[in-house]
Design a protein around this ligand. Structure first.
Ligand SMILES: Nc1ncnc2c1ncn2[C@@H]1O[C@H](COP(=O)(O)OP(=O)(O)OP(=O)(O)O)[C@@H](O)[C@H]1O
Ligand SMILES: [Mg+2]
Length: 360
């Protein structure tokens, strides 16, 4: 406590010197300071708004504020830092009526590396932190979302009022404990092969984006099929994605495929958020993706160990159980979610929104 007075302006001035520990820019520049209040005994309350609820170790922000206040304004009393969050995004879905702040595609250059598992984990994990999330299965020939989440109902068609009062028919996404899901798997019988040709494929993806009643979402995660960039191209023609997450396994071959995936996303003008190494562990080695990410100049978004629990939970439709903080894989999966969310927050500062490609 001190007799020397303290003003809000002085504190705000100090906050210009406090850098966000994750993004490396000042809290003021990032527009993260909501309110500054000086109370009895020069106590200070700084309300901070985070760009995502999946902000890792947020207490470091309070520590940084504390350090700067101690050095610059010794008369300052005890500090409290209440946190709130608001997801920011490019919000480029407007043209097709999609109200998702960030659309994230999960892909790879190779099949079977765990794209669907990672996409589902990302969706469930971001929801666990509190975000509003949707998960869309863009794998029309081999849908996995119903299986991983253990749900298989037929979606209902709902009628909504459009802006001019006209009636619009929309597909109601399947609600899995608040997570919104859409997959071709909900629309066809599991044992029937899906036969869809190119133009219809494009149309189906467009319908899933445009005619699903997603509502307002912070994040829409899209699970891409293996192989070529057809679907990625379709997506980038329809909206500006926040970016793509590339999944790869530690084997050399799969890593070369990561380069392929990277080039594919670049070609269709989808920014790459980074690489996740899945199934890392003794059998396949470890750490290859981190090195590769550095070589390719893209962020490394974390590693997920090879773990029987992930496979068993996924196969049993309980991928949610793999995310819990109690499960051994949970911490890795949640950390990956944080890295993806933070990478989006960083990339929003760097790049002006990517223009939507003309539909070919
Ligand atoms: N970290 C992991 N540990 C153990 N098993 C895993 C892990 N990640 C994925 N799997 C298992 O590997 C198999 C393939 O995973 P998944 O279906 O997610 O891959 P994919 O890349 O989506 O495949 P596709 O190319 O066919 O779409 C599944 O049986 C899944 O449970
Ligand atoms: Mg898959």
């Amino acid at each position: 406590m001190s007799d020397i007075s303290l003003t809000e302006t002085q504190v705000r001035e100090c906050l210009r010197m406090v850098n966000d520990p994750e993004i490396g820019r000042s809290l003021v520049e990032l527009d993260m300071v909501r309110q500054v209040r000086i109370g009895a005994g020069n106590s200070v309350e700084v309300s901070v708004e985070l760009p995502t609820p999946a902000y890792p170790r947020r207490e470091r922000i309070a520590q940084s504020i504390e350090a700067v206040l101690a050095a610059r304004l010794p008369q300052a009393g005890p500090l409290t830092v209440p946190y709130s969050w608001k997801v920011k995004g490019k919000e480029t879905g407007g043209a097709i009526g999609l109200r998702a702040k960030n659309v994230i595609a999960v892909g790879s250059g190779k099949g079977g590396v765990g794209k669907s598992t990672v996409a589902a984990a990302l969706a469930v994990g971001l929801q666990h932190f509190g975000a509003k999330v949707g998960l869309m299965d863009a794998d029309i020939y081999g849908p996995s979302v119903p299986h991983l989440l253990g749900v298989n109902h037929r979606p209902e068609i709902v009628e909504q009022k459009g802006p001019d009062g006209q009636v619009i028919r929309r597909i109601q996404p399947i609600d899995a404990q608040g997570l919104k899901l859409m997959s071709i798997g909900f629309l066809v019988n599991a044992d029937e092969p899906v036969i869809v040709r190119g133009p219809i494929l494009h149309r189906t993806i467009q319908q899933f984006l445009q005619e699903t009643a997603w509502g307002d979402l912070d994040y829409l995660i899209i699970d891409l099929p293996p192989g070529t960039g057809d679907i990625a191209l379709t997506l980038s023609q329809l909206l500006g994605l926040a970016g793509a997450v590339i999944v790869c396994t530690p084997q050399q071959l799969a890593l070369l495929d990561a380069v392929k995936a990277l080039n594919m996303f670049r070609k269709v003008k989808i920014p790459v958020l980074g690489i996740v190494e899945n199934m890392s562990g003794d059998v396949f080695g470890r750490g290859g993706a981190k090195q590769k990410a550095a070589e390719m100049g893209v962020p490394f978004l974390g590693e997920i160990p090879m773990e029987t629990g992930i496979r068993i939970n996924g196969d049993a439709g309980r991928i949610r159980d793999a995310i819990s903080e109690q499960s051994p894989s949970g911490t890795y999966l949640l950390s990956m979610c944080e890295q993806v969310a933070m990478q989006i927050a960083r990339s929003l500062l760097e790049t002006p929104s990517m223009p939507t490609l003309e539909i070919l």
